[in-house]
Design a protein around this ligand. Structure first.
Ligand code: ARG
Length: 274
């Protein structure tokens, strides 16, 4: 994670940021971030690593976009928008300093913001790679070759859901929260084919618009199962509870002004697999 010391809405690169320039309340953002950090570190017991915030890089808090972690390989992002390209250096330095083999593939991609592993009950993983807004269509094939993983390429079509992690949340145990209309028809069909119907939960528009899909779901070694999110509808909460999740909801409204929530504010370092 990255503390929001220099977080703010300083420019507009997604629809959430429109009319929000200068509107993020800094003290409240710090408070919301601290509460999120405390849920991971103190309530769930996750080990958190921090990258130092950098003045002039307000979106560095969204560490999901650093790159794609796969075992000890880190595939560094190439950001589409010049406003975020300055983040590539600090992220690269951090991952190198922490023992990752840093690699890159040609073309734009925004890391774990646009590529997520879904793992079935038997432990077989598929990497869902999105294109349409921030990442190139060819990335799925390149990443598949580079990491020797199975990929499914999906297209995002709603600019509010410009990264896959805003509308698609793989869960440990083989489940999925998703918002189908964020994807084109072929991609919806591919997702429905890959993931059994009983394991998929379709998040309603009003909950998706509060970033219910931008959640961090994890199993802890001692056998507990958690999901951390900025918002969750009641029906979704019940479905998650039935699948054994302890649901942690914490307000992240200041980050929503920049187009992000719980998941965007983190990146999994242990394997990239849920
Ligand atoms: N303002 C940031 C951007 O538009 C938000 C990034 C949110 N990150 C994410 N993984 N969805 O790039």
């Amino acid at each position: 994670m990255c503390r929001p010391s220099f977080f703010g809405v300083d420019y507009v690169i997604n629809p959430w940021m429109e009319d929000q320039v200068g509107q993020a309340n800094h003290a409240l953002a710090e408070q919301q971030w601290n509460a999120l950090h405390a849920i991971f570190a103190d309530v769930i017991g996750v080990q958190i690593e921090l990258i130092a915030p950098v003045q002039g890089l307000p979106d560095l808090v969204f560490t999901a976009n650093a790159g794609l972690v796969h075992e000890k390989t880190f595939l560094i992002s190439r950001f589409k928008h010049p406003e975020r390209q300055g983040e590539e250096g600090p992220f690269e330095d951090w991952f190198r300093a922490h023992g990752f083999e840093v690699r890159c593939v040609p073309g734009y991609h925004e890391g774990a913001g646009d590529m997520l592993f879904w793992t079935d009950v038997r432990g077989r993983s598929t990497l869902f790679c999105a294109y349409g807004f921030r990442s190139d269509e060819a990335i799925a094939q390149r990443v598949s070759n580079a990491l020797n993983v199975e990929t499914v390429r999906v297209k995002l079509v709603d600019s509010r859901y410009y990264h896959i992690d805003t509308c698609f949340c793989p869960l440990p145990g083989g489940g999925l929260l998703w918002h189908p209309s964020a994807f084109d028809a072929n991609s919806q069909a591919a997702i429905r084919e890959a993931i059994p119907v009983e394991d998929r939960y379709e998040v309603a528009s009003e909950d998706a618009a509060l970033f219910a899909c931008n959640a961090v779901a994890l199993d802890m070694p001692e056998g507990t199962r958690h999901i951390v999110m900025g918002h969750c509808g009641e029906a979704c909460h019940a479905w998650l509870a039935e699948r054994g999740f302890e649901v942690h909801i914490t307000p992240l409204g200041e980050f929503l002004k920049a187009g992000g929530s719980a998941k965007c504010l983190t990146i999994r370092l242990d394997s990239g697999l849920v």
